[in-house]
Design a protein around this ligand. Structure first.
Ligand code: TTP
Length: 363
């Protein structure tokens, strides 16, 4: 318990588009709707990436060799993947859910976790996201809502497709008890087989293992797994940090020799860069500025410095330029931001959240 008060419960959504690639194909071609659509592979080679729920009725599954899928579903419609289109749809979906929380974590193109702890009631939010993804993107999704990431994912998987499932603290033990062990995020095919050899196929059977036994079987990861199967998961959203830097540059029509003129060009680029930062990484601040200069003899000079809290980007830019000798003439100016910092991370530290020990007798 948080000392002196009621424990605060976190709230996470896990969102997963149903049969993603196949649903996009059905969206783009109405004649495919309601039909067994199988995406992936080529001719009779390769494996199924995914298939529509109509094809799943025939026993077709992801990662199944196409040749086998053809045998199971001879009337299936087999299509190649169109990644550019899936990426496009993925961006549309992300644009919807990002409106609801600055703390989101994408997993592949069609899955995401959202921290929605800031809503007093996250249920209408989840329903609204689901409705909007259907209306605005033309796709159905399944959403799970719970008090940690692991349970939110389990919830979204429980009643696929087109489902919304909540796992409340009081439901967790019951829901977990019934699950096959493979439903726990982090237990993949190999772990599943290893556990099966020990006669463990359900979460309830896994509960019988002691903490030491789980650590012996899974190494370091065993500690968190031991907790996860008991409905405890302290992971936080990890924002996508794939963007390491952003920059803008321009080649000048004439070589410039005056610092004032060069500064003016650099300032214009800086203004554009700030707009880029705002749209590409809306939750991040940059900490470092880079000035890049290409001289008329095609040699380059690049200077980089961290901004002091009270300093403006413009002042820092000027400071960097002062240190560059421009007498050779400048033909290209570039500015860049890097060392991004998530604004919300610090705020998060001020609030402590507690997860209840759900079944103390199993701890
Ligand atoms: P998943 O979310 O695992 O599955 P899905 O969207 O096809 O269906 P559902 O969640 O309703 O069960 O995968 C997302 C996409 O990733 C999927 O549409 C295709 C691709 N994928 C592969 O390419 N290979 C695979 O083995 C899997 C599992 C998915």
């Amino acid at each position: 318990m948080v000392s002196g008060g009621v424990p605060l419960m976190k709230k996470f959504l896990h969102l997963d588009i149903d049969a993603f690639y196949a649903s996009v194909e059905q969206l783009d071609n109405p004649r495919l709707r309601g039909k067994p659509v199988i995406v992936g592979g080529r001719d009779n080679r390769g494996v199924v990436a995914t298939c529509s729920y109509e094809a799943r009725k025939f026993g077709v599954r992801s990662a199944m060799p196409i040749a086998i899928a053809r045998k199971k579903c001879p009337d299936g419609i087999f299509l190649p993947t169109r990644f550019a289109r899936y990426e496009e749809k993925s961006a549309e979906i992300q644009a919807v859910y990002k409106e609801y929380s600055p703390l989101y974590q994408t997993v592949g193109l069609d899955e995401a976790y959202l921290d929605v702890s800031h809503y007093a009631d996250a249920v209408p939010i989840a329903k609204e996201i689901k409705r909007r993804i259907q209306a605005e993107c033309g796709l159905t999704c399944s959403i799970g809502l719970s008090y940690n990431m692991s349970l939110a994912k389990i919830a979204s998987d429980l009643k696929k497709p087109d489902a919304f499932v909540i796992i409340r603290p009081d439901d967790a033990e019951h829901v977990l008890r019934e699950l096959p062990i493979g439903a726990i995020n982090g237990i993949g095919k190999k772990s599943q087989e290893m556990l099966e050899r020990r006669g463990i196929t359900t979460v309830e059977q896994f509960w019988q293992l002691s903490r030491d036994e789980v650590v012996k079987l899974f190494g370091k990861y065993g500690q968190s797994l031991y907790q996860r199967v008991r409905g405890i998961d302290h992971r936080e959203i990890v924002m996508d940090r794939s963007i390491k830097s952003i920059s803008r540059e321009t080649t000048l029509s004439f070589d410039l020799y005056e610092k004032e003129q060069i500064l003016q060009v650099a300032e214009e680029l800086l203004a554009e860069l700030e707009t880029d930062l705002h749209s590409e990484l809306p939750d991040c601040d940059a900490q470092t500025l880079t000035l890049k200069i290409k001289f008329s003899d095609f040699t380059n000079r690049s200077k980089q410095r961290r901004k002091q809290p009270q300093e403006s980007w413009r002042d820092l830019l000027e400071e960097l330029l002062v240190e560059v000798d421009v007498t050779r003439g400048v033909r290209l100016v570039g500015v860049g931001f890097s060392a991004f910092h998530d604004r919300h991370e610090q705020k998060g530290e001020q609030v402590r959240y507690e997860q209840l020990s759900l079944f103390p007798y199993l701890m």
